[in-house]
Design a protein around this ligand. Structure first.
Ligand code: IPE
Ligand code: IPE
Ligand code: MG
Length: 236
């Protein structure tokens, strides 16, 4: 049943961009062609999200488990990241979009790390939307990295009072609000190690559409579905 009152546009939308490989396979193309087509979708969804007034858009682009893929696919993805961040930072800046990364920088090649740093730097003062790219991101790794820092600080004698709120300060992007809506494309129904800590009360939207075919219309459908939901957070 629909609620009487629509909830506002989500502040943070997170997307698990899945299905590039299958999109390519269906066309008898190498998987990397699917990733290339996926970049086009990224561009259109970034525009759409910004036009809709979404403040934070996070995109899962490479998981900490994706290193298990064939070497050629991993290096083709790294080349795509290089190309995208190098060529798009200025355009994102013009559109007032701030780019940030979540995930471990290591073991990406140092020239890619430089490009990532540069893209963050170029767009640092942009205010309209934050575009968060999760690259070599894993939710468990993020929690383990936080724990590691806490242990080091404790060992150095810092007095720590760890609560849910103070723990958040040790996550990769503590100032970014939890995702209100998590979208996954391609019909898979799992989180695959995405935003583990942050997703405890996220709403989910699963789409059967493969990422390269995902478009403004389906994105709007996901947002529309979200605005009709009743988020209870354990209350009645
Ligand atoms: C998602 O598409 C993109 C990345 C994980 C980099 P996939 O490459 O996982 O596509 P499928 O799931 O094999 O179709
Ligand atoms: C999740 O997709 C990671 C990204 C979209 C970057 P995968 O295709 O890697 O996930 P699994 O292996 O099917 O769970
Ligand atoms: Mg996949």
């Amino acid at each position: 049943m629909k609620n009487m009152i629509e909830r506002p546009t989500p502040a943070h939308v997170a997307i698990i961009m899945d299905g590039n490989g299958r999109w390519a396979q269906k066309r008898h193309l190498p998987r990397i062609m699917g990733h290339r087509a996926g970049v086009q979708t990224v561009e259109s969804i970034v525009r759409t999200a910004s036009n809709k007034g979404i403040s934070f858009l996070s995109l899962y682009a490479f998981s900490s488990e994706n290193w298990r893929r064939p070497k050629e696919e991993v290096s083709a993805l790294i080349s795509l990241f290089r190309l995208y961040f190098k060529s798009k930072a200025e355009e994102l800046k013009e559109n007032d979009v701030r780019i940030r990364f979540a995930g471990r920088r290591h073991p990406f090649p140092s020239d890619l790390i430089d490009i990532m740093d540069q893209a963050e730097e170029t767009t640092l003062s942009c205010k309209k939307m934050q575009l968060i790219l999760c690259l070599n991101y894993g939710g468990r790794q993020e929690i383990m990295d936080a724990l590691q820092r806490i242990i080091l600080e404790a060992a150095a004698g810092k007095e720590l009072n760890i609560s849910e709120d103070t723990f958040r300060d040790y996550l990769y992007l503590p100032d970014v609000p939890d995702p209100d809506l998590i979208i996954r494309t391609s019909g898979e129904l799992r989180l695959s190690n995405f935003w583990l800590w942050q997703s405890s009360y996220s709403e989910f939207y699963f789409s059967d559409i493969l990422w390269p075919d995902f478009n403004e219309e389906e994105f709007s459908r996901a947002i529309e579905s979200y605005t009709q939901r009743n988020r209870r957070y354990g209350t009645v």
